[in-house]
Design a protein around this ligand. Structure first.
Ligand code: NAI
Length: 286
């Protein structure tokens, strides 16, 4: 049987989630995605109208099939957690079962189990503010959407993950080195995500024979990254200073994810794997 993957955090064809979906599809996996509720409509419409057909092309010429798109808001674990104003918001009211627990239950009901869980989402409402100017609620929102969302996803999907399965998340070097401009508690959120990767690798390894790794990716001009405001500068900085002076392709991160969740990586767990043209190894910009 081929593997089945649930990829949380795909809402267009520009981000890392999409590239990971493609790499997994190319390796024969069945693809389910979780899409942020406010972005659901436009994503499904674009998908249906063929807007992504060009970027659905796999190396063998076939088109990636997304077998199901699940609405998801990973800052809510179960319906009791959803505030009234969100519940009644018209972008949310049109969908149902989009808390993490409900999404996992629905996947279980419709597909039984999964082998691969991918977390490719982040959100920090105050990302453009320096940490010293970040509010408590902005900081906690960044942690909730970008770090705890992974804990919650793994917690709820673990019971339906087949032993030998694996999960992947995406992190950024700002967790361990100062990247001015990556604010709002997002650097803190990535540090939490990387630390949690180790603890969760232990817990999920013992509990369900599941591996947990995170990819520390270099800069990509995704929708989320453009919201931060200086992504073009980061891409240029990387190009100038990294050991490998080439553009970083989302597919290179996708391919690494496909490797990490495959049996080829059967002894790798709890790791932060850099896919950044080597930029993290430099101590001096030249
Ligand atoms: P993206 O915009 O393609 O992905 C972010 C996704 O998160 C979007 O689809 C958005 O709808 C979704 N999302 C936001 N809040 C959500 C919520 N509460 N529930 C469910 N989904 C939610 O952008 P990108 O850059 O590909 O981001 C994917 C991951 O890669 C993130 O963890 C990001 O921090 C990480 N990353 C990105 C880098 C970059 O330069 N683009 C560098 C290193 C890591």
């Amino acid at each position: 049987r081929g593997k089945r993957a649930f990829i949380a955090g795909v809402a267009d064809d520009n981000g890392y989630g999409w590239a990971i979906a493609k790499a997994l599809a190319a390796s024969g996996a069945e693809i389910l995605v979780g899409t942020w509720v406010p972005a659901l409509n436009i994503f499904e419409t674009s998908l249906r109208r063929g807007k992504f057909d060009e970027s659905r092309k796999l190396p063998d010429g076939s088109l990636m099939e997304i077998v199901k798109v699940y609405p998801l808001d990973a800052v809510y674990d179960s319906p009791e957690d959803v505030p009234e104003d969100v519940k009644t918001n018209k972008r949310y009211a049109g969908s149902s079962n989009w808390t993490v627990k409900e999404a996992a239950e629905l996947v279980k009901k419709e597909y039984g189990s999964i082998d691969i869980l991918v977390h490719s989402l982040a959100n920090g409402p105050e990302v453009t503010k320096p940490l010293l100017e970040t509010s408590r609620s902005g900081y906690l929102a960044a942690i909730s959407a970008s770090s705890y969302s992974f804990v919650s996803l793994l917690k709820h999907f673990l019971p339906i993950m087949n032993p030998g399965g694996a999960s992947i998340s995406l992190t950024y070097i700002a967790s361990e080195r100062t990247i001015p401009g990556y604010g709002g508690g997002m650097s803190s959120a990535k540090a939490a995500l990387e630390s949690d990767t180790k603890v969760l690798a232990f817990e999920a390894g013992r509990k369900g024979k599941i591996r947990v790794n995170t990819i520390s990716a270099g800069p990509l001009g995704s929708r989320a990254a453009k919201a931060i405001g200086f992504i073009e500068k980061m891409i240029e900085y990387s190009y100038v200073n990294a050991p490998l002076q080439k553009e970083l392709l989302a597919d290179e991160v996708g391919n690494t994810a496909a490797f990490l969740v495959s049996p080829l990586a059967s002894a790798i767990t709890g790791s932060t794997v850099y896919v950044d043209n080597g930029l993290n190894t430099m101590g001096l910009a030249v």
